[in-house]
Design a binder for this molecule. Structure first.
Ligand code: NAP
Ligand code: GFB
Length: 327
């Protein structure tokens, strides 16, 4: 762990001359990176859609012209949980394809020397063997529920290899598993499972009602705390220089069921009311167990925050920041 802290500190020093643009900088992952880099002396720029609608090429070009970034961490996306993906397949395709196309056009035009984009473990083939690894991204159709998002994201991987082969660009991608932490999107319909259930549990406790969980609670997931992911992204930015993507996930052994997640949220929120599983709602993918073997071979000593500790921090943040949380 000491080695990694040294590496991040060293990385922060070496990056002193860089201008690093973080698209999606105000979101769950972007804000965790902002926390880690707030005292560093390199030039970090964290963007929201209010600074620039990245679906618009002219606005994106003006943004790159203004900041002339030397490095880009590209997080901006039309993002959401299972039910938003089921409800908005066109938005997930149109918005993400537009954003990603514009970022790559501008990153090439402005000679960005390092671009780190973002895939997801949910984009892998639905029919696959486990654990999933980085070589399997295109080995079959994704789960129907997030087909648009999955194919839009897979094209980032194609772009990275294309720009590298034709121009020698140092463009790569990370493949995070499900992320959770402070400053997430807590919208009851659109959010990912953990922020959605933190919000639901908060309301159930406040209104003295039951906590309703969508689906059976049986599906399995790996959850990485946003600060851990942010630390690994900073490592990738400086040390990982190949177009092939890298999975950033907790160990397979820490895969949990949605029911386990519910228990952690209930404990952290000190909720005493009834918990109901609404089996009329779809479960989505049963599992998407990802291997972090490649990551472990490169950063062997990394210690992940436990789900219990991460959930406590996440619930505390939400309760303390309810008024300003994205709902
Ligand atoms: P998030 O909290 O929803 O934040 C999304 C960010 O993208 C926000 O800053 C948002 O700005 C920005 N954005 C959206 N549309 C934009 C547009 N048209 N122009 C400019 N900016 C736009 O997302 P997140 O959870 O941090 O996800 C970050 C990245 O990680 C995404 O690429 C996502 O696919 C990936 N990822 C997330 C998870 C997860 O479980 N959360 C798992 C795997 C991969 P506004 O706030 O102004 O809208
Ligand atoms: O995070 P989530 O929405 O998406 O988790 P995925 C869905 C799982 O949580 C399903 C259960 O098994 C749901 O039945 N669940 C229970 C709930 N209650 C709720 C709730 O109130 N809200 C939500 N959202 N789920 C996502 C992809 O898949 O993985 C995204 O759709 C993204 O594109 C993300 O990549 C990382 O984990 O199933």
């Amino acid at each position: 762990m000491k080695k990694l802290i040294f590496l991040i500190t060293f990385t922060t020093c070496i990056l002193a001359k860089e201008t690093i643009l973080v698209t999606g900088g105000t979101g769950l992952v972007g804000s965790a990176i902002a926390q880690l880099t707030k005292n560093s002396n390199e030039n970090w720029i964290f963007l929201s859609s209010k600074d620039c609608d990245l679906r618009n090429l002219q606005q994106t070009q003006q943004l790159f012209e203004k900041h002339k970034p030397t490095m880009v961490i590209h997080l901006a996306a039309h993002v959401g949980g299972l039910y938003r993906n089921i409800n908005e397949p066109v938005n997930f395709w149109v918005n993400n394809v537009a954003i990603n196309e514009n970022i790559y056009i501008c990153a090439h035009k402005y000679n960005v020397k390092k671009l780190v984009s973002c895939l997801s473990t949910c984009i892998f083939p639905d029919k696959t063997q486990y654990p999933i690894d980085e070589t399997m991204v295109h080995n079959g159709a994704p789960h129907w529920s997030n087909e648009s998002y999955a194919y839009a994201k897979r094209m980032l991987d194609v772009k990275n290899r294309a720009y590298n082969r034709e121009y020698g660009s140092n463009f790569t991608a990370i493949i995070p598993t499900n992320v959770y932490g402070p400053n997430d999107n807590y919208n009851l319909e659109d959010a990912h499972v953990i922020p959605a259930l933190i919000h639901k549990c908060y309301l159930a406790k406040k209104n003295n009602t039951a906590l309703t969980i969508a689906g059976s609670g049986k599906p399995l997931r790996q959850f990485i705390y946003s600060t851990d992911l942010a630390k690994l992204i900073l490592w990738v930015l400086k040390n990982y220089n190949t177009p092939e993507p890298i999975i950033l996930s907790v160990d397979e052994s820490t895969e949990v069921s949605i029911k386990d997640v519910v228990n952690e949220i209930v404990e952290a929120m000190d909720f005493k009311g009834p918990v109901i599983f609404d089996r009329s709602k779809p479960d989505g993918q049963y599992k998407k167990t990802a291997s972090n073997k490649k990551l472990r071979s490169l950063v062997p000593d990394f210690e992940f925050i436990s789900l219990k500790d991460g959930m406590k921090k996440s619930v505390e943040w939400f309760v303390e920041n309810y008024d300003i949380a994205r709902k």
